[in-house]
Design a protein around this ligand. Structure first.
Ligand code: HAM
Length: 425
């Protein structure tokens, strides 16, 4: 028989009602913590011009080279891509809305889906969700410290322990030429041991070789020169201040001088948060300073810093530690209404309306089932109370209210239902 049902595209997932409590828990915690740090929400489009990502993330990065969902509309329209991340759209938005002319310093956060055409596996999806923060208008190293602290604060507030914070610096365009030359002299003689992609990257964007995820390349770059000896004076000072701040404010970190980021826009400080319990896709979050990006996609410069975390990965981290169900309440109506005959259902329909106006969440049975069947449905709904209406109760304008946990039943006048429910709950 021909299979006539549709399946979701590979790497895309449905988030079912039973999954929602953990999502809400996570989103609520995140909002609370980031707002405590003075961030305000921003909402950006899902689609942007492809050129924006090419220019910001970098045309020779994996994301731009092979992971974007791109829509080419035809010769009159510019190519568009589903956002693989939010930082480039944020930079575009700052310019387009002249935000820095309104005030010179902005802290914004976002929550929403992003799209990357990657090979799906545990923790790696084609549609995933990020929470992220972006702050624009300051090059103060203490801001790097505060933003890193915020990322670890989120982890802490979620009750996650055992995660590692890795930090590094990438220097600025002034430090890069001598570093690039030093990496080139190291890698050039080993060109043929690199993967095909990296052989090409060696000429186009040598730093991307440093964060290639293929094994032969990873092994080779282990011994590659480090940025430290090539930092310009300003970058060195900035980096010292960042480390000083991390130490002073007791933020545990590991200095990983091999740490890179798969996106070209970073300058100076970068960091990643790793959950060793997650297996291959163990990077829960990452970010850093991007002082050149705004100029790259607009007409003026402004220093900026930010990071993003993958919500699916945070949920995996919660699940690994049994913190998903412990912290989330199941969603259920306050009251489930069961009727004996259709006339009673009509009455309950109107009663449900009145109760909802009073702020009570009410579910009414719509299925053609016996009272026993309706009681089963009530049980499945997890409502703490069930209200039963038969002709007798109807006549006396009463409802039999059953407290599901104790099994106690009581007849209550319609006018007193709200009181009864708030009494016992
Ligand atoms: P990113 O490291 O590419 O950085 O992504 C941030 C987080 O998104 C990752 O740590 C991971 O948790 C999650 N993530 C990425 N790709 C996937 C995927 N295919 N499936 C599931 N989760 C994924 C950025 O996106 C930068 N925009 C961060 C940033 C903000 N830098 C400065 N400001």
């Amino acid at each position: 028989m021909e299979n006539n049902t549709f399946q979701r595209p590979r790497g895309f997932y449905d988030i079912l009602p039973a999954d929602i409590p953990v999502w809400r828990y996570l989103e609520k915690k995140i909002r609370t913590v980031v707002e405590r740090y003075g961030y305000r929400e921003i909402r950006l489009p899902h689609l942007e011009k492809t050129e924006l990502f090419a220019r910001s993330i970098g045309s020779s990065t994996d994301i731009v080279e092979k992971e974007m969902f791109t829509i080419d509309q035809g010769k009159d329209e510019q190519s568009l891509s589903l956002r693989p991340e939010f930082t480039a759209p944020f930079a575009r938005c700052v310019h387009e809305n002249h935000l820095l002319e309104k005030k010179p310093f902005w802290k914004c956060y976002y929550l929403g889906p992003a799209f990357r055409y990657e090979k799906p596996q545990k923790g790696r999806l084609r549609q995933f969700h990020q929470m992220g923060v972006e702050v624009v208008g300051s090059d103060d190293p203490l801001l790097d410290v505060e933003t890193i602290q915020l990322s670890m604060n989120i982890i802490e507030e979620l009750g996650l322990s055992g995660l590692t914070l890795k930090v590094n610096t990438l220097g600025c365009p002034d430090c890069r030429p001598s570093y690039r030359e030093s990496v080139r002299s190291y890698l050039d003689p080993k060109r043929h041991q690199l993967c095909e992609n990296c052989q090409d990257r060696l000429d186009r964007n040598i730093f991307r070789v440093l964060d290639c995820d293929r094994e032969p390349c990873q092994e080779l770059v282990q011994e590659a020169p480090k940025i430290d000896e090539h930092l310009c004076e300003r970058c060195e000072q900035h980096w010292d201040q960042v480390l000083l701040g991390l130490n002073e404010f007791s933020i545990d970190y590991v200095r990983d001088s091999r740490l890179g980021r798969g996106l070209d826009y970073y300058t100076k400080t970068i960091f990643e948060v790793i959950d060793p319990k997650l297996g291959a896709q163990n990077q829960v979050g990452g970010g850093g300073r991007y002082n050149r990006l705004l100029e790259e996609v607009g007409d003026h410069d402004a220093p900026a810093f930010g990071f993003a975390m993958g919500l699916e990965r945070l949920i995996l981290s919660l699940k690994e530690r049994g913190l998903d169900e412990k912290n989330t309440e199941s969603q259920h109506p306050d009251l489930f209404l069961v009727w004996i005959d259709r006339d009673c259902q009509q009455t309950l329909f109107s009663l449900a309306g009145d109760l909802r106006e009073e702020g009570i969440s009410v579910e009414l049975n719509f299925e053609d089932r016996s009272v026993k069947g309706q009681m089963r449905a009530a049980d499945h709904s997890n409502a703490p109370y069930v209200g039963i209406l038969g002709p007798d109760e109807q006549e006396q304008e009463q409802l039999t209210i059953k407290h599901m946990e104790s099994g106690e039943e009581e007849r209550v006048h319609w006018k007193n239902i709200v009181n009864k429910l708030s009494d016992v709950s």
